[in-house]
Write a protein that binds this ligand. Structure first.
Ligand SMILES: Nc1ncnc2c1ncn2[C@@H]1O[C@H](COP(=O)(O)OP(=O)(O)OP(=O)(O)O)[C@@H](O)[C@H]1O
Length: 316
């Protein structure tokens, strides 16, 4: 749905994007994570051409946005909604007036606007609040208004610029749940940038990790978790790095109650000490990471047994 290819952006001598490729599939929630200055916001602004990239192409729903200008670009942009960290609401307008704004710009007639605004406010759980002003709302409610406004033009893609960074943890979860529901019910493709790994864990299907204007690794979370040395895995499951010599790090997906390690211990007569680990619920299911030290004559056979049962086994 979104293809970014060879994207570069420089501001004077500062290289913000240094050749970024991204492939966001239709209907997925795709997270871009990275530390401050990694280039995330620049990437998002280039995806809807708020900033024109120095080089590279951005294709959304089959249309090369970098080839468009003027009215054609504006029309294409209407199919891309955007939500912001600080909501960007007009304080002088009511909630309904904020949601109505893009419809006015599009020239939608008044009666149709009224119907659509009512529908959008119901969709985000703010039915009946259309007459309020932004200052009467909580942060989470303001973001719901931002989401309703972003959906006004029936976009196929929603871009989210740190949409939950200004919210407390409970409100963050409710906004993420709303985004997940909209993704499922409307088939909306969501590209979000965040510096919070919890956001990735909660709703992302795929992720790109950025650093210094480049993508370090990217792809579906399940694939990255199964890739040896994955930085995503290390960030989601922090364990002391580097791993102590002689230790083994096991990463497993699927039912965490399967007693694979104890089976290996019994079968191969090895001992095991647990050095650390945790289990996380990711969008695709449970994933666990365990660091252990095995001892005994048949350790190599035990490790082969675990590999054959689908565990990622990394030795140090
Ligand atoms: N308009 C601009 N003018 C000059 N330099 C810029 C501009 N926008 C971004 N940069 C620079 O580009 C680099 C990437 O910035 P960007 O804001 O995209 O990173 P980020 O990952 O979104 O960081 P943050 O989470 O802090 O917003 C930084 O070095 C930044 O200073």
């Amino acid at each position: 749905m979104i293809q970014v290819s060879g994207l570069r952006k420089s501001y004077g001598g500062t290289v913000a994007l240094d050749g970024v490729d991204l492939n966001v599939r239709q209907g997925e929630v795709y997270g871009v994570v990275g530390q401050s200055g990694a280039g995330k916001s620049t990437l998002l602004r280039c995806v809807n051409l708020l900033e024109r990239p120095s080089a590279g192409t951005v294709t959304v729903a089959g249309q090369d946005l970098t080839a468009l200008r003027g009215k054609d670009l504006n029309r294409a942009r209407q199919r891309i909604g955007m939500i912001h960290q600080h909501f960007a609401l007009l304080s002088s307008r009511t909630v309904a007036g904020n949601v109505s704004f893009p419809l006015e710009v599009m020239g939608v007639p008044r009666a149709e606007r009224r119907r659509r605004v009512g529908e959008l406010l119901d969709l985000v759980g703010l039915g009946g609040r259309g007459g309020d002003h932004p200052h009467q709302l909580s942060g989470g409610q303001k973001q719901r208004v931002g989401i309703a406004r972003a959906l006004a033009g029936n976009p196929s893609v929603l871009l989210s610029d740190e949409a939950t960074s200004a919210l407390d943890p409970g409100t963050t979860q409710s906004i993420l749940a709303l985004l997940r529901r909209l993704n499922a019910e409307l088939g909306l493709t969501i590209l979000l940038i965040t510096h919070e790994m919890d956001v990735v864990k909660s709703i992302c299907d795929s992720v790109a990790i950025m650093s210094g204007g480049r993508v370090e690794e990217s792809g579906p979370i399940g694939d990255l978790i199964r890739t040896p040395g994955s930085r995503l895995t290390r960030e989601i499951f922090p364990l002391p790095d580097p791993a102590p010599a002689g230790s083994v790090t096991l990463t497993f997906t699927g039912d965490p109650r399967q007693p694979l390690v104890s089976e290996a211990v019994r079968k191969f007569d090895v001992d095991v000490s647990i050095l650390g680990g945790s289990i996380e619920d990711l969008a695709g299911g449970s994933v666990g990471r365990l660091r252990v030290a095995f001892s005994g004559e048949q350790v190599p056979a035990a490790l082969t047994y675990l590999r054959e049962r689908g565990l990622l086994v990394e030795t140090s």
